[in-house]
Ligand binder design. Structure first.
Ligand code: GDP
Length: 181
């Protein structure tokens, strides 16, 4: 197309969820294609930028915000949520308490930030560390149910370690953000 039809989109993406579920690892995997076994929460990503060529007319810049170190209260300030266009809510697929936390995070989010017009932000639930569940991951239909009940746009079983479904999950979120934008 002509130069006039070329566009650039900047999306602020929040990455939330309990401590240790793999938020920093997911960002690091997606942005730098790396995984560090003993990546420490205290040296969290904080902020990471990734530019993708979404289609021939569109460059998408994703700005990931990691809440590293502020997970204790399962809520964030409105200031932090401000301007966000999409959210990854991460839990540890091997740790039940972090799943319950995911719905608390989602509720806090929807109570504090909405798109223009009042619709909730696109949000994707990541059941991370699926590599730890072995080859037979069993029936994941409960995850879809949980996802619907908590009004997530979608959900994925992911592994930042083995690079499973990370790109797919982010692509899905970007698609949702493009639709709403
Ligand atoms: P955060 O506190 O949510 O940012 O979590 P981190 O990214 O710091 O990860 C916490 C721990 O889980 C680290 O030791 C990571 O190496 C590990 N981890 C993160 N993602 C995965 C994964 O997909 N599989 C496995 N096996 N370990 C992971």
């Amino acid at each position: 197309g002509s130069a006039a039809s070329w566009r650039e989109k900047l999306f602020k993406v929040l990455v939330i969820g309990d401590l240790g579920v793999g938020k920093s690892s997911v960002i690091l995997r997606y942005v730098n294609k790396r995984f560090v076994e003993k990546y420490k929460a205290s040296i969290g990503v904080d902020f990471a930028l990734k530019t993708i060529e979404w289609d021939p007319q569109t460059v998408v810049r994703l700005q990931f915000w990691d809440i590293a170190g502020q997970e204790r209260f399962r809520k964030m300030s409105r200031v932090y949520y401000k301007g966000a266009m999409g959210v990854l809510v991460v839990f540890d697929g091997t740790k039940r308490s972090t799943l319950e936390a995911a719905s608390e995070w989602k509720r806090d989010l929807d109570g504090k930030v909405r798109l223009d017009g009042g619709r909730p932000l696109p949000s994707v639930l990541l059941a991370n560390k699926c590599d730890l569940k072995g080859r037979d991951r069993g029936d994941a239909s409960w995850l879809n149910t949980f996802c619907e009940e908590n009004s997530f746009s979608g959900c994925f079983e992911t592994s930042a370690k083995d690079n499973i479904n990370i790109d797919e999950a982010v692509d899905f979120l970007v698609t949702q953000m493009m639709l709403r934008d």
